[in-house]
Design a protein around this ligand. Sequence first.
Ligand code: HEC
Ligand code: HEC
Ligand code: HEC
Length: 328
Amino acid sequence: MRRGLLTLAVLGGLGLAGAAAIVGFGLYNVSAQVGHLPGVSWVLHTTFRNSVSLRAPAPEEVPPLDDPDLIALGAGHYATACAMCHGALGELQSATARAMVPAPPPINEAVAHWEANELHWIVENGAKMTGMPAWPAEARGDEVWAVVAFLKSIKRDTAPRMPSPTLTGTAYCQSCHGDIGGPVPRLDIQSAEYLEAQLIAYLTGDRPSGIMAQAATRVPEDSFAELAEAFSNKPAAPVLDPVPGEGPGAALARAGTRDVPACLACHGGQQPSKGPRLFGQNEAYLLAQLKLWRDGTLDHDALMAAAARDLTTEDIKTLSRYFAGVGR
Ligand code: HEC
Ligand code: HEC
Ligand code: HEC
């Protein structure tokens, strides 16, 4: 008995010493030219597949993914965040990307074996020690669905052309903000000061968004003021009635309730006293942002965080429809 334990202890010690030698003396060859030892690739890939199946959101949580604006937004993000490794549709991947171990599969192969919920998990979480990055903003799984919508369109063979990844400056911003509505906000209704402050917040991470963090790091920081100026409200917008519209949305925006302050106290008029203009903004964008404020994912402004805290999902729908519908 004691002898057996002793043998085990000695073997364990030798194992540890061996491992320490491999790490300490650099005996393990990390060269990507050598690839993995036989069997290791299989173990890694099987671990990956099972890990994804275990953790992916339930299929019922997958939102509708057929909206052309959502797909176009995903394509826009893919162009600068994914194509460098997985290649553009129908184009050869760069020789350098193909020399990675493991190599990123060409995108049509990468999507072939996964369902939408699994693709969401992969794109949000990435995969350790493979080069596959995680989504660059925390708690913004909602944004990842745009990319999944694009990946699904590839699977269905209906993918739109993605914008050229070589666009720069305003043309680059325009590829989303000029051509896509829905989840992409209009910029032309806002002041340059507001737009510039948002770009800085995206860059520092104060306002979490993987899509806009990517965009804000692709242009020089000293061009923010110029870009904000270029996209901001130019010709004086048509004068609005101070409390336009009727119905439940107008009433809530104007008067609030016991728990919800009047939105128009801050956001009213052509030049809101606080915060951005909401009249004429895209409905899908307003809906998504209000949920993020309500749920505490966005908290970079204490006034707005307090204003949204007690909104019900029904309030959010009513207010988004109201603000989107006025002043278009
Ligand atoms: C720096 C390179 C790199 C970037 C950028 C990258 N990926 Fe990957 N991706 C990889 C690698 C490498 C793998 C393979 C992982 C493996 O085989 O275990 C992978 C795996 C995947 C898979 C799973 C495919 C499979 O069956 O193994 C999907 C889907 C995917 N990536 C989508 C994306 C999307 C969408 C983006 C952009 C948001 C992206 N990737 C950005 C390198 C990258
Ligand atoms: C891939 C598409 C895409 C590109 C490219 C892009 N944007 Fe955006 N932009 C978005 C989305 C989506 C949002 C909403 C993000 C969020 O959830 O906060 C947004 C939000 C913004 C906002 C905040 C607007 C508001 O009402 O608060 C500003 C400002 C902005 N973008 C400016 C730019 C500028 C300037 C560029 C070019 C450097 C650019 N964007 C490039 C998709 C894009
Ligand atoms: C006390 C002032 C105040 C009140 C009341 C208020 N907000 Fe805001 N809101 C703000 C400020 C300030 C911001 C901008 C925060 C920032 O810098 O990003 C904002 C941002 C927003 C945004 C993001 C818009 C965009 O373009 O990204 C939405 C949507 C919004 N508010 C809707 C509402 C609604 C709906 C109500 C009423 C329930 C409301 N707000 C009440 C101050 C307020």
